[in-house]
Design a protein around this ligand. Sequence first.
Ligand SMILES: *Cc1c(COP(=O)(O)O)cnc(C)c1O
Length: 357
Amino acid sequence: MKKVHNYSAGPCILPPEVLKQAAEAVVEFEGMGLSLLEISHRSKQFEAVMDESRHLVRELLHVPDNYSVVFLQGGATLGFTIAPYNFLPVGGKAAYVNTGTWATGALKEGIRMGNAVEIASSESSNFNHIPKGYSIPADADYLHLTSNNTIYGTQFKDFPASPVKVICDMSSDIFARQINVSDFAMIYAGAQKNMGPAGATLYIVNNDLLGKSGRNIPVYLDLVQHIKKDSMYNTPPVYSVYVSMLTLRWLKNLGGVPVMEKINEEKARTLYAEIDLNPLFKGHSVAEDRSTMNATFTLTDESLADEFDALWKSAGISGIKGHRSVGGYRASMYNALPLESVKVLVEVMRELALKKA
Ligand SMILES: *Cc1c(COP(=O)(O)O)cnc(C)c1O
């Protein structure tokens, strides 16, 4: 197979050994003479997959005992709706920090359900930083954050001290760095950024805080129902859960989240150093809030775009075109992207600078 340096923002790169095992399971799963795609989700073989997946999440993130781990369908987008249904009582209030497209999407769903207010936003500077110095209303039922802003390349380095429960969309940096789960009432994350293929969405939720919204919750959106049924209320996204399990095993074998965090920091340092040093490029986000997952940058002279594009394409780089709302380039350095791929990109950036010197 051709060597490609896959910088896709999502769905994104997965470890090659995970892809190989995932492919084998499609043909035959565990000597059953059947594909993983052909067996019942109630079979003992799949139940073992679901159990191990949930267990690995607990182990890798040190999830406290009073939290539940469930895998649902619907993407993180459904999480935008699940959050207020489960945590915003009728007549209650929710506070949102607006750090970009996905945070805006979450806020809009909150507004559909009740009094959801934007308490801080970085929209006026095209979301190039994480707002700071705002106050969190103590009468809010929860604060909603988006830990990593996939499109703009910003990331909360520290989460604000909150007087109220915190719900966080961690779709694009879950398992990339150490977190303290007990700081959050709920964490949710679509699989396809750092965990596995699209289809599954992970919810990590504090049981003690559930069942208090007083709402008549449609059954699929009611986390209590999913927890009661051990994430098997209905057919789960079996393949996405299985491949996520393989990725989490890979991560565990590598040494877990602390080791991954160090690798991610090194990748980010390597690329941002070049963005800062190379006169042909400039970063989109302010240095202190730069994401270790998604680095956004532009050419200082747009007329060099064709030449740069030809260079990175011929180096086997894929998926670094920026999102239309920022333009330029976005290099997504999720867990499975090796440092070697970052070095190739840096080389290409240097090559362009040398040609223009
Ligand atoms: C990709 C992304 C989403 C949307 O996820 P879907 O699974 O497509 O609904 C939401 N939030 C963040 C932070 C994302 O990166």
